[in-house]
Write a protein that binds this ligand. Structure first.
Ligand SMILES: Cc1cc2nc3c(=O)[nH]c(=O)nc-3n(C[C@H](O)[C@H](O)[C@H](O)COP(=O)(O)O)c2cc1C
Length: 365
């Protein structure tokens, strides 16, 4: 965490366990084809964001996707642009952090420095940037990007974010010449409201991704297949940031939520999702993921069939609240939630689970 950052930013809230909602700016979650699944649209985006904002979620996080999977007409190809979507969501909300996800290779840092500063003003200091290096080869090819391998993309991102931080903090124009960027007489005004600059997130899991987060970011993401895994990963991640850069970071994980009136209801819903899994999509998607063990791929396949990823919160309200408590005890600062049906899902979560999280001392509001 940036020690001198303005602490009013929502992700620095007093709540022990922060909440976020993820990826409802597009159709990427259509990994199951059950009729209740979320239908992405602007109005439905506003509906979900409003529910999150009213119930005090710390973060609203869109994903960035330029190329779908399977075919161009597949629901996974449909996603709103992040910066314009975030700008309008910022104007419709009052409390939550509004984030944009940005692929470093698709946008020049001078452009993003100004866009992010503008969004920080529009949101009155609630903006955050999710920096991604891109893992989807076909998407990179679509842009005709230079063929940088995985590790080099993080080296590129290091220069990218260094230029942006200087644009956000330096009053005088400057020159920068690195391996990937040469900028001359660079300047950007206005500066962001957040000082020294907006909250930064990166969800990289590789050693290069972790090194990047430890050096530059405020929020990291870890895999969360089990509580033990979360515990090991959060401890190691925090230690890395402290040892390498003397920095404190928050550690979050993604969670898909399947909440039923009873445990049996939740299991029945999960079973229906599996029955209607969009296998064509899941097969294609997993074929694009590199550097994953067969075990990790198999686990992901089953989660995707239930419409989610990350830790699967499943059961009645007490069971779901208990699982969240255990994730917090394992070391997480926050969870980023998805639902197969975002609109109904977030309403039920707010009604049934948040009061239990308050009782457990995880949230004050
Ligand atoms: C919460 C979260 C959000 C992410 N958002 C995106 C996204 O919008 N677009 C994208 O291409 N990748 C996204 N990713 C993928 C990561 O940026 C990263 O590429 C991936 O976790 C692999 O890590 P690595 O790059 O260190 O190998 C996201 C991952 C997580 C956990």
């Amino acid at each position: 965490m940036k020690q001198d950052s303005i602490r009013q930013h929502p992700v620095f809230s007093e709540n022990k366990l922060k909440l976020g909602v993820f990826a409802f700016n597009g159709g990427n979650n259509a990994r199951t084809l059950i009729p209740e699944r979320y239908k992405f649209s602007w109005d439905n985006s506003v509906d979900v964001a409003t529910q999150a904002d009213l119930s005090g979620f710390e973060a609203i996080v869109p994903y960035a996707r330029y190329r779908g999977f399977v075919r161009a007409s597949h629901p996974s190809a449909f996603a709103f642009d992040n910066f314009t979507w975030t700008s309008a969501i910022a104007a419709q909300t009052h409390q939550s952090c509004v984030m944009s996800t940005c692929h470093v290779m698709n946008f020049h840092p001078i452009l993003v420095a100004k866009t992010a500063a503008t969004l920080d003003h529009i949101s009155r200091g609630r903006f955050a940037l999710n920096i991604v290096c891109g893992w989807y080869d076909k998407e990179n090819e679509m842009f005709g990007h230079p063929d940088l391998d995985h590790d080099e993309r993080y080296a590129y991102a290091d220069e990218w974010v260094t230029i942006m931080k200087r644009l956000w903090t330096e009053e005088e124009e400057f020159d920068f010449e690195g391996k990937y960027f040469k900028v001359t007489g660079a300047m950007s005004q206005p500066k962001p409201l957040q000082k020294p600059y907006p909250v930064l997130m990166n969800a990289g899991g590789s050693p290069q991704g972790r090194a990047f987060v430890a050096k530059h970011c405020d929020i990291a993401f870890v895999r969360s297949d089990s509580f033990e895994m979360v515990n090991g990963e959060t401890t190691a991640y925090r230690q890395l940031a402290r040892d390498q850069h003397g920095r404190e970071i928050q550690v979050w994980a993604t969670c898909a939520c399947i909440l039923g009136d009873t445990e049996a209801d939740a299991e029945a819903f999960a079973a229906r999702c599996r029955e209607h899994a969009d296998s064509e999509f899941i097969n294609y998607y997993l074929s694009q993921r590199r550097n994953m063990t067969p075990e990790a791929l198999a686990a992901l396949r089953d989660k995707y069939a239930m419409g989610g990823s990350g830790y699967i919160l499943k059961g009645n309200k007490n069971q779901v609240a208990d699982q969240i408590l255990k994730l917090s005890q394992a070391g997480l600062d926050g969870i980023l939630l998805t639902w197969v049906d975002f609109q109904n899902g977030i309403r039920r979560f707010n009604r049934d689970v948040i009061p239990l999280l308050k009782e457990a001392g995880l949230r004050q509001n």
